[in-house]
Design a protein around this ligand. Structure first.
Ligand SMILES: [Ca+2]
Ligand SMILES: [Ca+2]
Ligand SMILES: [Ca+2]
Length: 445
């Protein structure tokens, strides 16, 4: 028997979860929304006051406003606005194989081995910690990226075949020679819904789930990331980004303006290319604090779509499979938020994000081999699963996992390794009807 394979007869023991009370459909508590169209991720939380909604709407406008060289764009950047990567707050897209096109809605992080003075990744001289694939003339282009895909196939327990694709990104035509030993991490933009609620989860509730040396012996050893709070200038629990290396939404947003769009702010006043070209020299911040505040508030107050068809019998069966094969050990279904200063709408809510916000070793096949603060090269933060069934409605063609390699929810599960291997193996060896029930359940989140 493969590790994690269910003992014969266990399938029969999986019975549908009982019908759930209607309130369980409110994944985002009072921030839950009921638009299930392509605009599903672009809804303000319904519990904002009129004054809050006005700030949210101002942030929405900025999120979708393009930058130009005369408004601060670049000189080195990946995209001209937030919306370019998080289309309608949805996911980025992994470029097709063979294309030497720019991966516009994904970024390639890069660093040298070791840790910087604040505990984070070490900058690559002349490149920093992210490759910008666009630039404003006459500044040189940091480099281009080409994408290749390798096909991998495998078999389900019942002999049915599946195939996966594993992408690789390569830097070509770098503006300066690349030193040896660079660690790269390709990442597609994740959805940006429900962020205020994740920020409002009390740190103790997250830390309580950490089990770094697997004391309870369930094979799951989630660890919290401890990162650098650039605003408070101290170490802090990380929650955001695919390795939970960012402590707050404000820092995530200011960081995105800086690295992704080339726009400086009071939080990050240096251009991402400072010291490399004259056009990158220090100048007054390009982003007004009022705009940073509005985009931060906007991102914190996007609603989360409600669950659909929760009490359908197949969905209840899929939910039972989710619980019984260990998915819920990392994709933790329920938290109660604490108080998030300035965002009362996100405070004191019972939510169902399906994440523990902890880092897990997901095995060599998903590894980027690039540490980020305490996260090692095989660890990733459990992503929230709320809204995941609408991801491809919001952005057709978008995939799953940190680099967008999984074309379907099924493929996302099949890529789980490391601490997720026993769940993955249990899934792989389930009868087809139970595999399908699990995926149906995910598609209702
Ligand atoms: Ca700039
Ligand atoms: Ca760079
Ligand atoms: Ca454990």
């Amino acid at each position: 028997m493969l590790r994690g394979e269910l003992a014969p007869g266990v399938h029969a023991a999986i019975v549908p979860v009982p019908p759930l009370p209607a309130t369980d459909a409110l994944l985002g508590g009072a921030m839950t929304t009921f638009n299930f169209t392509a605009a599903a991720y672009d809804q303000p939380a319904p519990n904002l006051t009129a004054a809050e909604l006005a700030v949210h709407d101002a942030g929405d406008v900025h999120f979708a406003s393009e930058y130009f060289p005369n408004t601060g764009l670049g000189p080195q950047f990946n995209n001209v606005y937030c919306q370019g990567c998080h289309r309608d707050n949805g996911r980025g897209i992994l470029p097709a194989a063979g294309a030497s096109l720019q991966p516009l809605s994904m970024v390639l992080k890069m660093s040298l081995p070791g840790t910087s003075s604040n505990g984070g990744p070490v900058s690559v001289p002349n490149f920093g910690t992210q490759l910008q694939t666009r630039r404003v003339q006459p500044v040189a282009l940091e480099g281009r990226v080409t994408v290749t895909h390798t096909a991998i196939s495998g078999l389900y327990g019942d002999g049915q075949r599946f195939s996966l694709i594993r992408p690789a990104l390569t830097v070509v035509s770098p503006h300066r020679p690349l030193p040896g030993g660079i660690q790269y991490s390709p990442r597609v933009a994740p959805p940006s819904i429900g962020m205020g609620l994740l920020e409002a989860i009390p740190a103790q509730a997250i830390l309580a789930l950490a089990d770094p040396s697997d004391v309870n012996g369930d094979g799951i050893s989630g660890r919290a990331n401890t990162t650098w709070d650039a605003i408070a200038q101290r170490t802090a629990l990380g929650r955001f980004g695919v390795k939970a290396s960012t402590p707050t939404i404000r820092q995530q947003v200011a960081g995105a303006y800086n690295e992704d769009i080339g726009v400086t702010s009071s939080v990050f006043p240096a251009e991402n290319c400072e010291g490399v070209y004259a056009a990158c020299a220090r100048h007054a911040p390009e982003l007004a604090d009022s705009r940073l505040n509005a985009v931060t508030f906007y991102t914190q107050t996007l609603g989360v779509p409600a669950r659909r068809n929760m009490n359908d019998s197949t969905v209840r069966m899929g939910n039972a499979v989710f619980n019984s094969i260990g998915c819920a050990n990392c994709h933790v279904s329920q938290f109660t938020t604490g108080t998030l200063p300035g965002v009362p709408a996100a405070s004191n809510q019972v939510i169902h994000p399906y994440t523990d916000l902890l880092l897990h070793d997901m095995g060599v096949v998903l590894a980027d081999r690039r540490p980020e603060f305490l996260a090692n090269g095989q660890e990733w933060r459990t992503p929230p699963l709320w809204g995941i069934g609408l991801s491809q409605t919001v952005v057709p063609g978008s995939g799953f996992l940190h680099d967008g390699r999984a074309r379907t929810l099924t493929e996302a599960i099949l890529w789980h390794g490391g601490e997720g291997l026993s769940s993955r193996e249990a899934f792989r060896t389930l009868p087809a009807n139970l595999r399908s029930a699990l995926v149906t359940f995910l598609s209702t989140l």
